[in-house]
Ligand binder design. Sequence first.
Ligand code: EPZ
Length: 417
Amino acid sequence: MHKIVIKGGVALAGEVQVSGAKNAVLPLLFATLLSAGQSEICNVPALRDIATAEALLNTLGATTLRVDDCCRIDATKIQSIEAPYDLVRTMRASVLVLGPLLARCGHARVSLPGGCAIGARPIDQHLKGFEALGAKITLDHGYVEAQTEGLRGAHIMFDMPTVGGTENLLMATALAEGDSIIENAAREPEIVQLAEALNSMGAKIEGAGTARIHIQGVSSLQPLNISVMPDRIEAGTFMIAAAMTKGNLLVRGACQQDQEALVQKMLEAGVSIDPEQDGLRVIGPHRLTPVDIRTSAFPGFPTDMQAQFMAMMALADGTSRVSENVFENRFMHVCELQRLGADISIDGHSAVIHGVKQLRGAPVMATDLRASACLILAGLAAENTTEVSRIYHLDRGYERIEEKLAGLGANIERVPE
Ligand code: EPZ
């Protein structure tokens, strides 16, 4: 076990390259199951979740090979249709094999992911969509089993925009017989890339990125060759690092169009953000202005940036309110921020933050992926030393973050716990 030790107070400076997007790579890896051939996905970050996804592909019979930042997948032979509990419980995105296995093999058996730190995270919308396509769904011994003699296109209406649900149903309908419509679809940029990837394999998908997607089923798909988009959440995390440390950073790969809501709120907070070269130039102000945020599905403020933004508001010159409307338990970073001197109180789905002049270093504990990033950010701005433990959460979604931050002048290192 390791921990990260930070001596705060350094104004970050220089430039940082954002890695490939974790939440784009995962569905793309599983999309390769739709084609009996050799695919290649590049700009793949070295993350625990990606390793788990590759292990799952191997369990199903696909071979995977890492060559530099590329992953080569050969899904010619599928020898199993079962995603076992020990893999699914470590990475909920494993449920994204349901759509491809149903479409390719007519059968899938996936352990129910169970809840996670940030919420129950059910998959009822995924299952409702598969049933609309004619699949028979049964639940037993903690597994969901889906079977079909052949998926038939349907009109699918989600109760709420679901990223995973939209991705699973895009992959299933791509090979269904006839046309499908997905209403109330999620609109995240990662979904747009998945649709582009499927279309490059021979699928016929229109409207990805809007709430209404039209899919004309085809009989087979070619292998995939694609380079993954930059990670907008990693980019946002570095942008907030600049804002909190009065820094001056060029975040390469940051794309304003993919994070308009975050950029607008940071501009309101007094941060300077300008497009420069292939990224965004971010300059932190002397004192941050308090700003309220309400998380919602894209293009609203991303829930995956809520914890990081709260850390920034902990230093603002006044009171702000953060409302978490996507997940039911995504405030576990609050009590850890309080240990660093933040003045935050929780009121149901909202947190009220009274900004303080200075945070003070202390030992804190990560509880989930984005909470761990928030604590790193707070440690960078705090005086004295902050130690963040349980950083295995961090390694799920950030590639070598302490090296990248050290490259920007931060006094940060990973040490054995
Ligand atoms: C994806 O999770 C992301 N993960 C999450 O990122 C992200 O927070 C989330 O989308 C929202 O943007 C990946 O892409 C691998 P949802 P997902 O289905 O697909 C409810 C990170 O930090 N819901 O859009 O699981 C659900 O409970 C992770 O990188 C149902 O009720 O999220 C939640 O309240 C964390 N029934 C809301 O919808 C369903 O069948 C949004 O969930 C599906 C979802």
